[in-house]
Design a protein around this ligand. Structure first.
Ligand code: GSH
Length: 253
């Protein structure tokens, strides 16, 4: 008998079949939402979704039932109920890799070629390390209390954006690229999906319009990914617990 679930685990989670995503409308949640929507378009992939109110007074992610699924108390998590026992994947970028390896049989969002796949993994790892610069930038900029931290994380965010701009500009490679990984101009892949939800939200970060204007290839890439129908669905209100309370799971009485 699996110890994954307890009496407290919400029924929508415990009784889910197939893939089950626990998420909320945040940049990290959006990565997995987008890939699932993309897989739906290509393979007809289906899954069910539960949403958490992360800001609730006694938030579900800190409760025993959730910590069994992810000791890091964070969304998104993906539960694969086709495995016995059900297999839980934490960490949004690891979830992208898991879905790409298990569902994306034709490597539409990855690469047949190991060298190109390595490029995709490199950019996923790059962003795993770069993303906290942006989230710390957001945090310290909101509180306005620590000028050293604000200046440090603003500079580091710009540094990360500059790396992406350099990659997409193709200045040292074969010319401008459409996407982060893959030969030639690159191919839309999990590397793009992993970074995009944070980059698209640059206006919520302490970056001025003038600073952002110095990254024209990055701005082009943000718009290119945004134009995909699955991306539009992946960031839609469906995944927002305030807009779609039917999917909200809560153990509060
Ligand atoms: N490295 C993790 C970060 C996940 C993360 O920080 N999730 C946030 C929402 S974007 C969360 O669950 N916050 C809830 C909390 O901090 O209590 C990932 O990429 O999945």
């Amino acid at each position: 008998m699996t110890t994954l679930y307890t009496n407290e685990t919400p029924t929508a989670v415990k009784e889910a079949k197939g893939l089950h995503l626990i998420t909320e409308q945040t940049p990290n949640g959006k990565k997995v939402q987008i890939l699932l929507e993309e897989l739906k378009d290509v393979y007809g992939t289906s899954w069910t979704t539960s949403l958490l109110n992360l800001d609730a007074p006694n938030p579900e992610q800190n409760k025993d039932w959730f910590l069994r699924l992810n000791p890091n108390a964070r969304i998104p998590i993906l539960i694969d109920n086709t495995q016995t026992p059900p297999f839980v994947v934490m960490e949004s970028l690891a979830e992208l890799l898991y879905l790409q390896e298990t569902v994306d049989k034709d490597n539409v969002f990855g690469f047949d070629n190991k060298v190109e796949q390595s490029e995709a993994v490199q950019w996923l790892f790059f962003w795993a390390a770069g993303q906290p610069m942006q989230s710390q930038n957001n945090y310290f900029s909101r509180t306005e209390q620590n000028p050293v931290a604000i200046s440090r994380f603003s500079a580091k965010t710009l540094e990360m954006y500059g790396v992406l701009e350099l990659r997409l500009s193709g200045r040292y490679t074969a010319g401008p690229r459409d996407f982060l990984a893959g030969d030639g101009k690159g191919k839309y892949s999990i590397a793009d999906i992993g970074a995009w939800p944070w980059l698209r939200a640059w206006k919520r970060t302490r970056i001025s319009d003038e600073e952002m204007a110095s990254f024209p290839h990055l701005l082009g890439w943000i718009a290119r990914v945004a134009a995909r129908p699955a991306v539009e669905r992946g960031i839609s209100k469906f995944y927002d617990s305030e807009e779609n309370p039917e999917l909200l799971v809560s153990t509060e009485k």
